[in-house]
Design a protein around this ligand. Structure first.
Ligand code: GLY
Length: 320
């Protein structure tokens, strides 16, 4: 063997060993301590439900679906599920997605009159060869699978829309007026990561608009080898940088969940100066249970649950 070939083979073996070591470091055979992290303080309602699933040894995917359903069913939350503010024509349209530890994913966009889009997204993942179903097709699929049509426009949301129409003349705002999307990511006792995300999106949006929340890699991404991330805020931006996929790739490159969230927000700051005043928020969870959170501007909160205790934390942010 000549010297050049020997060095090449040695380098290749070294690289393979280093990858193997990294994989070993994140591959669990014993029970690990579960964690759930959720955007905003609605996690105080949703996380305990997800936590019970994890405490019983259940899958992170089941925990996230169960938790997100709590917020979807809460009529007082004006940006998720029933009670969500409608589009500018007065229709509540919902978006949701799920992603599991195997990299499977499912999504519904622009679905109407169905209370639990997160569960429809899961069925898209489990029962079809597709990832996305949209609009009337998504609704048809939901009805075929036992979901019932419900009116999701509450009096509160209708009144807010009527007031908006009067004041704004049917012209959508330039910046998203509310953004309390629920994104939930969890690590289960087997050391597996999954996530779910659900929203009614940008209040009084142009009919047909959907944002990042149902878009895999924008509103949610799970890389079961390294970490998971989800987003809330101005969805158009998360899509433009494939935000949650970017964060997972940063973690794959060795960054902590916190560094990865900060670098994703910094990417927006550097590339899109127009978005420096918008709320752009990420949370991330590493395979080792460490978490991170970061936003563009002040005001983002998230809820973390460990050992059965849920705590709401003010996120650090870039533009001070
Ligand atoms: N982040 C939710 C949305 O923009 O629709």
């Amino acid at each position: 063997m000549n010297r050049r070939k020997f060095i090449q083979q040695t380098l290749a073996a070294g690289a393979a060993l280093s990858v193997a070591n990294k994989l070993k470091a994140v591959s669990y055979t014993d029970t690990v301590n579960p964690v759930i992290i959720t955007t905003w303080n609605s996690g105080l309602k949703s996380n305990p439900v997800g936590w019970q699933v994890l405490a019983d040894g259940g899958r992170a995917l089941d925990a996230c679906e169960a938790g997100v359903k709590i917020v979807e069913a809460d009529p007082t939350d004006t940006s998720v599920g029933i009670g969500g503010f409608p589009d500018r024509d007065g229709h509540v349209t919902l978006d949701a997605c799920v992603m599991d530890e195997f990299g499977n994913c499912g999504s519904v966009v622009f679905i109407e009159d169905i209370l639990h889009p997160v569960s429809v997204a899961r069925l898209v993942m489990e029962k079809t060869p597709h990832v996305f179903l949209a609009g009337s097709g998504a609704q048809q699929f939901a009805l075929e699978n036992g979901f019932k049509k419900e009116n999701l426009l509450t009096d509160n949301a209708r009144n807010a829309w009527l007031k908006w129409k009067e004041e704004k003349n049917y012209i959508p705002s330039e910046h998203a007026p509310n953004h309390d999307t629920i994104g939930m990511i969890a690590l289960d006792k087997k050391g597996n990561l999954s996530g779910a995300c659900s929203t009614s999106g940008w209040a009084f949006k142009v009919r047909g608009r959907f944002g990042d929340s149902p878009v895999i890699g924008a509103g949610l991404f799970v890389d079961n080898e390294y970490g998971a991330a989800t987003a809330t805020g101005l969805g158009e931006v998360m899509i433009k940088i494939c935000g949650t996929h970017l964060i997972c790739e940063f973690m794959r490159m060795g960054q902590s969940p916190q560094q990865a969230c900060q670098n994703a927000v910094k990417r927006v700051y550097d590339k899109f100066p127009n978005y420096r005043k918008d709320q752009i928020c990420f949370i991330a969870l590493g395979k080792d249970g460490r978490h991170g959170a970061y936003s563009m501007t002040k005001g983002f909160q998230y809820t973390i649950t460990k050992e059965g205790e849920s705590v709401v934390i003010d996120s650090d942010y870039l533009v001070k």
